[in-house]
Design a binder for this molecule. Structure first.
Ligand code: SF4
Length: 366
């Protein structure tokens, strides 16, 4: 008898912290983060970008704080932001002190902040408001001492993280999450894997400077998807040189396809072949666009013919099998109806929305 084994490992139990009202670590759902690219002091432009991210399904937003103008804009941004706000600060501890007065988390590398007194001042300011610090190690900008000893290696990244964690712990500060980002898959995976058994803090996953949509999707799926399958990761950002919404969409897809997020549509479509007699490519695109809003965990299949469709449809909640100028709508493994080709997508979406309503009603009852 062949025994089925899952490659999805149990999630590593980490300490639970909060960024605003979003829990990170422990048994909390894995959250999705992104970052605005406007000058933070431009409150109007930054608020517009935060709203776009919120609409796309982002959980937490980070803004860059480069000078006093940015730091002083945080109070108003925090008031306006529908999402918990993280301030990203390098080197200038006074900016961290201002930021800590209003945001929900700050991202620094304590090792870059300067003297122990300065690090203590930042830790105390965060402790006073009960906000966490993300120690954001980046393979491309390790502290000199680690760079010289280890180079930009996973070992160097892990040693830097441990050093920075200790700096905060020495002041009694343990409201911490950690990221270990490199710009390639291998170093990213090795660094997170190596640090995971050594600390209990939640991990923020990411591949840094991952490139344009195509390249980032592949690198992030491999690195973040692989780590998620191993049970590593509590929150994540997919970095893309592109549109803000793409970062959230790709992150959600990685969570879904790695089995860490049940909500949303799991779409299956065939690659087409010589048997096809319909324009499947445009049909799938229309389905994809029109079921984006669905939050219920639904499997939807769009298949070019009945050869594989009936088998696939057994696992799908709702499916189309195209035929010759017409096609079948298959619901939960049963043929529901046969319709002209041009009516199939509308009916599939209608049935998917019906299934979502039933799911929501059931969830409400339970
Ligand atoms: Fe070809 Fe039909 Fe398979 Fe699509 S489902 S690849 S059209 S055999």
């Amino acid at each position: 008898m062949v025994r089925e084994r899952s490659i999805l490992q149990e999630r590593v139990k980490t300490k639970k912290i909060f960024v605003g009202d979003v829990a990170i670590g422990g048994d909390a759902p894995i959250s999705v983060q992104s970052m605005t690219f406007s000058k933070t002091a431009d409150i109007g432009a930054t608020k517009t970008q935060i709203d776009r991210l919120a609409l796309a399904g982002c959980d937490i937003v980070r803004v860059a704080v480069s000078d006093h103008e940015d730091a002083n804009a945080l109070k108003e941004l925090k008031r306006l932001s529908p999402l918990p706000l993280v301030a990203d600060i390098h080197f200038r501890y006074k900016l961290a002190l201002i930021a800590a007065q209003s945001v929900d988390c700050i991202r620094i590398n304590p090792g870059n902040i300067g003297s122990k007194e300065k690090i203590k001042a930042v830790a105390d300011a965060c402790a006073e408001r009960g906000i966490p610090i993300r120690i954001g190690v980046n393979g491309g900008s390790l502290e000199e001492m680690f760079e010289q000893k280890y180079g930009a290696t996973p070992k160097g990244m892990v040693e830097s993280a441990l050093y920075n964690i200790k700096l905060l712990e020495d002041f009694g500060f343990t409201n911490i999450k950690v990221s270990l980002k490199a710009s390639d898959v291998e170093r990213t995976v090795l660094a997170y894997r190596e640090l995971r058994p050594l600390v209990e803090y939640p991990f923020h996953l990411g591949v840094t400077e991952a490139g344009t949509l195509f390249h980032s999707m592949i690198k992030s799926s491999m690195a973040l998807g692989g780590l998620l399958l191993e049970g590593i990761g509590d929150t994540m950002r997919v970095s893309i040189t592109g549109e803000l919404e793409q970062e959230v969409e790709v992150a959600r897809a990685i969570l879904k396809y790695s089995g860490r997020q049940k909500e949303g549509v799991y779409l299956i479509s065939c690659p087409t072949c010589g048997r096809i007699e319909a324009d499947l490519v445009s049909a799938v695109k229309r389905v994809e666009e029109r079921v984006k809003h669905i939050k219920a965990p639904l499997q939807i299949s769009v298949m070019g013919c009945a050869v594989n469709a009936l088998g696939e449809a057994k696992h799908a909640d709702i499916a189309i099998a195209f035929g010759h100028g017409d096609g079948l709508i298959i619901k939960k493994g049963e043929i529901l109806c046969k319709l002209p080709e041009e009516e199939l997508v509308d009916r599939l979406v209608e049935e998917a929305e019906k299934l979502e309503r039933e799911y929501l009603e059931d969830s409400f009852k339970n």
